[in-house]
Design a protein around this ligand. Structure first.
Ligand SMILES: Cc1cc2nc3c(=O)[nH]c(=O)nc-3n(C[C@H](O)[C@H](O)[C@H](O)COP(=O)(O)OP(=O)(O)OC[C@H]3O[C@@H](n4cnc5c(N)ncnc54)[C@H](O)[C@@H]3O)c2cc1C
Length: 452
């Protein structure tokens, strides 16, 4: 079958491409995994077009990888060889808005920051705030990976905000899931099942979100610590006290060095916590004072930031700073999450493994959620070094699982962590395979991602 002419029967010529530069652009995501060139890329702008494309692919067994912005970090957006990329970045409309109910319905391609720009006129926002990608990530991509971010400590991740979804299944059926009721006990929660499914169960064509009110006031503070473990202990204690904190970001000393190198921020090169508090003035003051006392008890003192320097602008560049720290080196990453009391032990463990094996290790993340990114730099063409870094990664994951944690706190499984998925979920993976068959009997939706 000649695929391109068939696709052009469904879509205008300028929304079907086999041009090498356009195929190359959608052959990868932001992971360091190898790209795969698809057969074609198509841009759909409504559900009916998506249904037609899916029916064609279902009848001909052609894999579809749906794409938002392609900012995923675990290869979940890398296409299948012989498949097509379904790019939804042009579906950016706000379909409906109910400010009085704190709800909005959007198309999947709308960018996170653009949505919030619109919502702020009504004093509302969609909180998750992915640390370094809010300016590119689409809401469809965030739903599909259950993204979280700097404000998830207080407000939760994407999953907590989805009220309803419209999806197109792997046979081209349109199904509406959920509704606008904020509390319900009405059968199976298929909305939550789709969230985090990385495009393997359905193509999301509309999303109804719950929103939060923009806080009356904000207070940002930053502390420096004598070592990484002390910072982690302070975080664990702040959480135990039940302090109302909107954001707790941890940056280790090496990351501060990398940020200076990339952006010449002039930061002190010490382990740091960036904190933000939301609420009316008196609440802010009491929470930030108590947080300050806890940090001080762990040897911290206030971190000097340059006049007018926004900690979140600094934090935004964390991933890029690591990427550019050592030219010729590749990032090996993980995205583990575990019960909060294990944070000090995990931070110390990661640094110990890096130091002991001579591998450059960076740790940072939305640690108030018990979520830690440990990024290593190694050269793929240096077999020993690469193997060592992979072995460290394996040990970090093993330790996480032994502590009751997960191999992915927010980036998803994609291709990057597929080999460890079974270790976390065991026989439940087979149940997941059976669930996938109900949504996608021909196995055309992003096959080979999460599990085989
Ligand atoms: C610098 C940087 C910082 C980051 N920081 C964070 C962070 O703090 N927190 C965080 O959680 N993530 C972070 N990420 C990862 C990434 O931005 C998120 O995973 C984001 O949610 C992906 O959105 P996207 O539009 O780029 O999705 P894509 O990469 O296009 O897609 C991601 C997955 O969703 C599927 N998908 C996309 N749209 C749909 C749809 N409409 N229907 C069905 N499936 C779909 C894709 O097939 C793929 O499996 C970061 C990435 C970078 C590069």
């Amino acid at each position: 079958m000649k695929l391109t002419p068939r696709l052009k029967e469904i879509l205008p010529d300028d929304r079907v491409s086999t041009q090498p530069d356009q195929l190359e652009a959608v052959s990868k995501d932001e992971s360091t995994l190898p790209p795969v060139i698809p057969k074609a890329v198509v841009w759909c702008i409504d559900r009916n077009e998506i249904v037609e494309v899916v029916r064609l692919c279902c009848n001909t067994g052609i894999p579809i990888t749906t794409r938002g912005a392609g900012s995923a970090l675990e290869g979940s957006t890398i296409p299948h060889a012989g498949g097509i990329v379904l790019d939804l970045s042009r579906m950016t409309r706000i379909v409906d808005f109910w400010p009085e109910d704190l709800q909005v319905e959007v198309e999947p391609g709308i960018i996170y920051d653009h949505l919030n720009d619109h919502l702020k006129n009504e004093g509302l926002f969609f909180p998750p705030s992915p640390g370094g990608s809010g300016d590119i990530a689409t809401v469809g991509g965030m739903v599909s990976t259950n993204a979280s971010g700097i404000y998830s400590v207080k407000y939760g991740g994407t999953r907590e905000y989805i009220l309803a979804l419209e999806i197109v299944t792997g046979t081209g059926e349109i199904v509406k899931l959920g509704n606008r009721a904020v509390k319900r006990s009405s059968g199976y929660n298929l909305v939550e099942l789709i969230c985090g499914s990385e495009g393997t169960l359905g193509i999301i064509t509309s999303i109804t979100l719950k929103l939060a009110g923009i806080p009356e006031d904000r207070l940002k503070t930053a502390y420096k610590f004598p070592d990484e473990k002390a910072a982690a202990q302070a975080v664990s204690e702040m959480r135990r006290y039940g302090l109302d904190i909107a954001a707790i970001e941890f940056l280790d000393r090496r990351l501060m060095t990398a940020l200076n190198k990339l952006k010449e921020y002039g930061l002190e090169e010490v382990p740091a916590l960036f904190l933000e508090f939301h609420g009316p003035g008196a609440v802010l003051d009491s929470n930030s004072e108590l947080a300050g006392d806890i940090c001080t008890e762990h040897g911290a003192s206030p971190l000097r930031l340059a006049e007018g320097q926004n900690p979140w602008e600094v934090r935004h560049w964390a991933t890029d700073a690591v990427k550019h720290f050592k030219p010729g080196y590749t990032i090996l990453r993980n995205d583990v999450a575990f019960p909060i009391s294990s944070l000090p032990e995990m931070v110390e463990y990661c640094h110990h493994l890096g130091d002991e094996n001579g591998i450059t290790m960076f740790t940072f993340g939305h640690v108030g959620l018990g979520l830690l990114h440990a990024l290593m730099l190694a050269r793929p063409d240096n077999a020993d070094e690469w193997r060592t870094a992979q072995e460290i990664n394996r040990k970090i994951i093993e330790k996480t699982l032994s502590l009751g944690g997960t191999i992915s706190g927010e980036h998803g499984i994609g291709l990057g962590h597929k080999d460890q998925f079974m270790r976390e979920h065991g026989p439940a993976v087979d149940l997941m395979r059976r669930i996938k068959r109900q949504f996608d009997p021909k196995g055309i939706l992003n096959p080979g991602k999460i599990f085989d």
